[in-house]
Design a binder for this molecule. Structure first.
Ligand SMILES: NC(=O)c1ccc[n+]([C@@H]2O[C@H](COP(=O)([O-])OP(=O)(O)OC[C@H]3O[C@@H](n4cnc5c(N)ncnc54)[C@H](OP(=O)(O)O)[C@@H]3O)[C@@H](O)[C@H]2O)c1
Length: 291
């Protein structure tokens, strides 16, 4: 079996990755305490002792607000951490796959689905650090695969962490009868984490580079939520969702990604459902409303 080193295995994506793939690969999942990615020596030692063939790097400081308040810590984990793993991968001939973010597009003014080759200039610390990590990792390890992930969702699952995410926020609003105020001038892909996890092994065969990695979505965030509520049988979205027309007054916030490059490069294997289709399937199997 191929041996995979996964970082961030206790996190939202990492825990689901381990659960899905532990029987098909030898999955090495050191905790933060066992391998601190900001410590180059600790990373190199772990890699040499365990000889993985692939590194799936999911550890990060993933909270954008926290990164804004703690830029040095964000730099250390989200840039230096990536460089340390890229160096270990490069020195030891290991395929390196890591998660970047759609937040690299948060300074863009273009509308429509965004491709990887447009110029980007992120406006927050997290986005800038993710972009620098992509650039530096590819300099260190040209075969590295940087996956620009979008906002991901899933149900709460026993023993696995779940952040505030799109479907959980709606479920909470239903449960607490507390309306959600959602931006109309925001476009972003919203991806079921199950798809992101399912496609990961197919990324091991990709050529080095940056790839959009998430569901395309042409609807704004408020409209996306209205559609999702309609999918949940018998739910009236009217009293639950309120449109916010004021947020993002200067230019619409558009993080919506076009996932065509990865579709072509994987020979059609990595084919993300649209946000609407993903939510429809999620709703059909119960959605988060029954959590
Ligand atoms: N979740 C999303 O919707 C989303 C969207 C776009 C991109 N992403 C990206 O996708 C990746 C996975 O995100 P996620 O949501 O799974 O993150 P997460 O739930 O916040 O998990 C982060 C993981 O990183 C570990 N970690 C943090 N600092 C570390 C360090 N110095 N050394 C070793 N491990 C460390 C954490 O372990 P401890 O808790 O023990 O510190 C935890 O296991 C990240 O790159 C994130 O930026 C996520």
């Amino acid at each position: 079996m191929q041996k995979i080193l996964v970082t961030g295995a206790s996190g939202f994506v990492g825990s689901r990755f381990v659960e899905r793939w532990r029987n098909e690969y030898t999955v090495l999942a050191p905790s933060h305490a066992e391998m601190d990615i900001t410590d180059a020596v600790s990373v190199e030692r772990y890699v040499l002792e365990n000889s993985p063939q692939v590194i799936v790097h999911l550890a990060a400081l993933s909270n954008t607000w926290y990164c804004e308040q703690h830029p040095d810590e964000s730099y250390s984990v989200n840039v230096i951490g990536v460089c340390n793993l890229a160096s270990a991968a490069s020195r030891n001939g290991i395929k390196f796959v890591f998660f970047s973010s759609d937040q690299v597009y948060n300074g863009n003014c273009e509308s429509g689905l965004l491709a990887e080759d447009i110029a980007v200039s992120p406006e927050n610390v997290y986005g800038r650090h993710k972009l620098e990590a992509e650039q530096r990792a590819l300099e260190i390890c040209p075969t590295a695969v940087a996956l620009r992930a979008s906002w991901m969702y899933d149900n709460e699952r026993p023993g696995m962490p779940t952040h505030a995410n799109f479907v959980i926020n709606i479920a909470k609003a239903i449960k607490e009868r507390a309306p959600l105020i959602l931006p109309v001038r925001e476009y972003r892909g919203i991806t079921w984490v199950r798809e992101a996890v399912e496609f990961l092994p197919a990324t091991f065969n990709l050529a080095g580079g940056v790839y959009n990695y998430g569901a395309p979505n042409d609807k704004d965030t408020y409209e996306t939520a209205c559609c999702y509520c309609e999918m949940l049988v018998g739910l009236q979205s009217g009293p639950l969702l309120h449109p916010d027309y004021e947020r993002y007054p200067v230019h619409e916030r558009n993080l919506s990604m076009l996932p065509d490059k990865i579709f072509r490069a994987s020979g059609g294997t990595i084919c993300f459902s649209t946000t609407m289709d993903g939510l429809r399937i999620f709703a059909e199997i119960g959605g988060s409303v029954h959590m």
